[in-house]
Design a protein around this ligand. Structure first.
Ligand SMILES: Nc1nc2c(ncn2[C@@H]2O[C@H](COP(=O)(O)OP(=O)(O)OP(=O)(O)O)[C@@H](O)[C@H]2O)c(=O)[nH]1
Ligand SMILES: [Mg+2]
Length: 408
């Protein structure tokens, strides 16, 4: 169905494919332990996407344990409560926690809890003997990271050193301020420690949970982008490498399903929630309208002019090298757009996505230009100067493309 100049079936396809990719991921399972009010929910809301503790769906699994999930985010949180209550209740809570760990463990690696964030308020400055035992027992079963919440300045560091000197069996002790803390109208304690927590978590969770964890976290956007770029580069290399059969210009639309699949996969790896309007705007920016594809249009209307003789070849073909250059530019610019949106969400500035297509178009042009510049001495080559191309001494980008054309 068409709306404006965008094919909405492509939008649907991209959303569905992204969902499929996320469902294929093995989720990461994180348990939060700590007394009420220490800041477990605040931590979750700032570490994971979409303020997960507030917007996720909580399901009680025992009296003191809750499972929190949200569609489209491959993480399962186990939230505990009641640890601050009487010794009697405390022992029940602990029992429930151990049982949950065992039951999940028995269900296999997909369900097993991968890491425990044991949260202690950094301002409490004391930790009871029985709590020390409990932490050590948990550490026997799973990697535990002690998160000192609401950490402010030196007292928090002193408390961290004190805990470290107890030589618990935990993986690490991190001082964190999950959300900026307003002390007075002109004094705010900034966020801290979240990136360290993310890095430590990556170190302790199993390999198969890392993809999901990277999707779910929102602290390290660069890491998300890196993962997406690395996947895309490999994907493009295998798709357009040795086995790629050159396709005629007229069949440039063949590339579109592949590119839609690629962008969906990138969205899933990166971990970002895209709405239909933004996707439509991005697809429209790259020419993802019905029939005319970006690649088709770009090649036919722009690149072809630079390829000597190509204008007269009816059966001109797109080589792997050409397809690869264009698709790489598409992937890299899309990842940049995703990073831009994600950063805005973390900072709470929520960029105006009405013009997100413009950003996509602009970044794509930059990337295409860059890929030209890497091999062209004169970067100002434009449509009017095709005849200059032949005169260059070094092989130009377009000559390289022509070479790959004539190879087969
Ligand atoms: N500014 C700021 N306030 C925090 C932070 N962590 C906790 N708080 C404050 O502490 C209150 C309680 O934090 P929660 O995140 O709800 O604590 P919780 O551990 O989830 O508590 P329960 O759900 O009752 O077990 C919040 O409403 C905040 O006022 C933080 O990192 N920064
Ligand atoms: Mg809470």
């Amino acid at each position: 169905m068409m709306k404006g100049n965008v094919d909405f079936t492509l939008v649907e396809e991209m959303l569905n494919k992204t969902k499929e990719e996320i469902e294929k991921m093995s989720p990461v399972n994180v348990m939060l332990v700590g007394k009420t009010g220490v800041g477990k929910s605040t931590l979750v809301n700032n570490v994971f996407r979409e303020r997960l503790a507030s917007t996720g769906i909580g399901k009680p699994i025992t009296k003191h344990l809750r499972k929190i999930e949200k569609e489209g985010i491959p993480i399962v949180l186990y939230d505990t409560r009641g640890l601050e209550l009487s010794t009697e209740v405390q022992s029940t809570v602990r029992k429930e926690i151990f049982e949950a760990i065992h039951i999940n463990h028995k269900k296999g690696p997909e369900k097993a809890i991968h890491v425990i964030y044991y949260c202690i308020n950094a301002n409490s400055s004391r930790i009871e003997e029985s709590e020390i035992d409990f932490i050590n027992e948990l550490s026997e079963l799973l990697p535990v990271i002690i998160v000192l919440t609401q950490s402010m300045g030196k007292p928090a560091e002193t408390f961290r050193k004190y805990i470290e000197e107890l030589n618990l069996k935990v993986m690490a002790v991190v001082t964190v301020m999950a959300e900026p803390y307003l002390i007075s109208s002109d004094v705010t304690i900034p966020r801290k420690g979240l990136k360290q927590l993310i890095e430590l978590t990556f170190e302790v969770i199993p390999e198969e949970a890392k993809l999901a964890f990277n999707n779910a976290q929102q602290v390290d956007i660069q890491r998300k982008a890196r993962a997406a770029r690395s996947w895309a580069t490999r994907y493009i290399a295998t798709t357009f490498g040795v086995g790629f059969t050159p396709i005629p210009f007229s069949d440039a639309t063949i590339l579109v399903p592949m590119q839609i699949a690629m962008m969906s996969h990138i969205t899933a790896i990166f971990g970002i929630s895209m709405d239909k309007t933004s996707i439509a705007s991005i697809l429209s920016a790259i020419g993802g309208t019905s029939g005319a594809t970006y690649v088709g249009r770009y090649l036919v209307s722009n690149l072809i002019k630079f390829i000597p003789g190509a204008g007269t070849i009816a059966g001109g073909i797109i080589s792997g090298a050409t397809a690869s250059v264009l698709t790489t530019a598409l992937a890299m610019s899309y990842i940049e757009v995703l990073s831009f949106i994600a950063k805005g969400e973390v900072e709470g500035t929520y960029p105006d996505l009405k013009n997100i297509g413009d950003l996509m178009r602009e970044r794509l042009q930059v990337y295409l230009k860059q890929s030209e510049e890497t091999s062209i001495t004169d970067s100002t080559v434009d449509e009017e100067r095709t005849e200059d191309v032949e005169k260059k001494e070094k092989p130009t980008f377009f000559q390289k493309i022509r070479n790959t054309f004539t190879k087969k």
